[in-house]
Design a protein around this ligand. Structure first.
Ligand SMILES: Cc1cc2nc3c(=O)[nH]c(=O)nc-3n(C[C@H](O)[C@H](O)[C@H](O)COP(=O)(O)OP(=O)(O)OC[C@H]3O[C@@H](n4cnc5c(N)ncnc54)[C@H](O)[C@@H]3O)c2cc1C
Length: 536
């Protein structure tokens, strides 16, 4: 059976990209919904005509078995999957392709590749699933390097060991979400970490970027699930001790977590796994006013109930995802447990939301094992399928001439109202200047006792050839609003190359100096993903 191919420029499987009829249909629907003029079926990139610059470096014979330089391999390691990446891929611009792609299958392979790259003056970019949306895997490195090698972890993708007593699993960094969940399911466990990019992103990528799963409270970031890890740095091996907790100084794990490939290659981690949930309860609560939904989300986040889902969609987001068609905000609530029935939890969360001004119409609550599956037509199910389809829709909209992107943050509940107001104002003004018009919507992806993680989607008509400048103007307006209100430049999308200037303003200057000193120790040649996270 031929291997199923991923799209070289857009999201996901190549065979899932809509055909001409489906794209034509979307031109009509999107045109009507968004009221953008001039949407059109743009010609798809002719991938057989893509020209790559010749590789500037050549692997030595002893690495020939694990290093490739063919065009499809190099092209598919040129970009992540942000709007900018999709636009450049759609234009057929792969001029920044890495010179080489290494596919190691052991830590020794990685050590040998790093050793050779140091001698050859090549930059190394660790590559997991390539789903970065912040330029994390892009071979944009300082000119002092003689070439770039993308180090793809797909050859190290196994669950190595499961300890059912302590509920820990040793998993290789290249395992994708489906790969590791299938292997854990054989033992009755789950990692229960589901970023939207789950299908293609990897454990190593999640740890390197401090990814956020889609559960709304408690263990939202991968950080909390890492019991220990191993990393190969240019100056040596780094292995932490597997412990449930420790108060011994600054955490060694946390040096590697979020390092974005700049300190070394994470090769495996021992992860905290859980029994698979057997009880589920879900409900959706409608609000006429977004502000009341915000109050409800805050009260639930501070109640100690810890719902697995507490996702507030504003009216535009609810409409965009087909959850509601009247002008109302919707709070999606969910609870999961392996141990106990959840009737009391969901009833209390609904009562809190109703007290804040919400309505939970008859039939909008489901309890029991089928509360996720078999609930066709409910808001939660509509949301879930639209959530999984959204990345495909983004690539398709790019092919019709739409600027479409998301950005996300976290801030305190106290700051949220003014931050939200200013983001909407500044982004609308930027879309008007750059594109003539546009629309922005908001949802909460995560909620904490001290604040929400709001996630914004913007759509605007593109001017062909000027899309990246249009996007940059909108992105800068959004990022400046975040800085002005003391919010973070990213709650879970990471820093990469795109967010680096704002990250440098967010953290103390002395911390950046200290991070630079750590990098010099672990990576004396500065060759690990230079330009991502910190200046290269
Ligand atoms: C449609 C879509 C939806 C997304 N949804 C979410 C979401 O819900 N939550 C979320 O957090 N993010 C999300 N993202 C962003 C992205 O999926 C995450 O950042 C993810 O963690 C990246 O994993 P990856 O394996 O694809 O890593 P890559 O994109 O390959 O790499 C990301 C960064 O990690 C480094 N890296 C990768 N593997 C290793 C390793 N083994 N050792 C050291 N460094 C490494 C790379 O050098 C790079 O800097 C989404 C992206 C897309 C396109």
């Amino acid at each position: 059976m031929p291997e199923r191919a991923r799209s070289i420029w857009g999201w996901g499987w190549a065979d899932r990209f809509p055909d001409e009829d489906a794209r034509r249909d979307l031109v009509e629907k999107a045109g009507a919904l968004l009221a953008f003029p001039n949407l059109a079926l743009l010609p798809l990139p002719a991938l057989d005509r893509i020209v790559l610059p010749p590789p500037r470096i050549e692997a030595p014979p002893d690495l020939a078995a694990i290093v490739r330089s063919d065009a499809p391999e190099r092209a598919s390691h040129t970009y992540g999957r942000s709007y900018r990446d999709i636009v450049r891929g759609f234009r057929g611009d792969f001029s920044r392709a890495p010179d080489l792609v290494a596919i190691p299958s052991s830590e020794d392979d990685i050590a040998r590749v790093l050793e050779w790259c140091a001698k050859a003056n090549a930059a190394v970019i660790p590559f997991g699933g390539g789903t970065s949306v912040v330029g994390g895997v892009e071979p944009e490195v300082p000119a002092r390097f003689s070439g770039v090698l993308s180090l793809d972890m797909r050859g190290m993708d196994r669950v190595l060991d499961v300890d059912p007593i302590s509920r820990l699993a040793r998993i290789q960094a290249g395992a994708t979400g489906p790969r590791l969940e299938t292997a854990l399911a054989e033992h009755g466990f789950t990692l229960r970490h589901y970023p939207q990019s789950f299908e293609f992103s990897t454990l190593g990528g999640w740890i390197a970027t401090r990814a956020g799963g889609h559960f709304a409270t408690l263990y939202t970031h991968i950080d909390e699930l890492v019991a220990s890890l191993r990393m190969i740095a240019p100056s040596g091996r780094f292995e932490t001790r597997t412990l449930p907790a420790s108060g011994a100084g600054p955490s060694a794990d946390r040096l590697a977590i979020g390092s974005e490939g700049t300190l070394g290659v994470i090769t495996e981690a021992t992860m905290r796994v859980q029994a698979r949930p057997l009880h589920r309860a879900k409900a959706n609560v409608d609000f006429d006013r977004f502000e009341d939904g915000v109050e409800a989300a805050r009260a639930i986040a501070q109640s100690g109930l810890h719902p697995s889902n507490c996702r507030l969609l504003d009216d535009r987001e609810a409409m965009l995802f087909g959850v509601a068609f009247e002008k109302k905000s919707v709070l999606l609530l969910g609870f999961e447990s392996n141990d106990h029935a959840l009737d009391a939890w969901i009833d209390r969360a609904i009562a809190i939301a109703v007290a804040a001004g919400g309505r939970c119409p008859e039939g909008k609550k489901t309890i029991g094992p089928d509360a996720v599956r078999g609930e066709r037509g409910t808001a939660a199910e509509l949301w879930r399928s639209a959530f999984l389809e959204a990345p495909y829709l983004q690539s398709t909209l790019v092919s019709l001439g739409v600027v479409v992107d998301t950005f996300e943050t976290a801030c305190t509940w106290t700051r949220f109202p003014s931050l939200h107001r200013e983001i909407i104002e500044r982004v609308r003004a930027a879309m008007k200047r750059a594109c003539g018009t546009g629309r922005i919507s908001c949802r909460f992806t995560h909620v904490y006792p001290d604040g929400p993680a709001p996630y914004y989607t913007f759509l605007a008509p593109a001017r062909l050839g000027a899309e990246l400048e249009q996007w940059a103007e909108i992105k800068a307006a959004a990022s400046e609003a975040l800085m002005a209100h003391g919010a973070t430049i990213t709650h879970h999308h990471a820093v990469g190359r795109v967010h680096r200037p704002w990250y440098a303003r967010e953290v103390p200057p002395l911390f950046l100096d200290a991070l630079g000193a750590v990098k010099r120790t672990l990576d004396p040649h500065g060759m690990m993903n230079p330009g991502a996270l910190i200046a290269g």
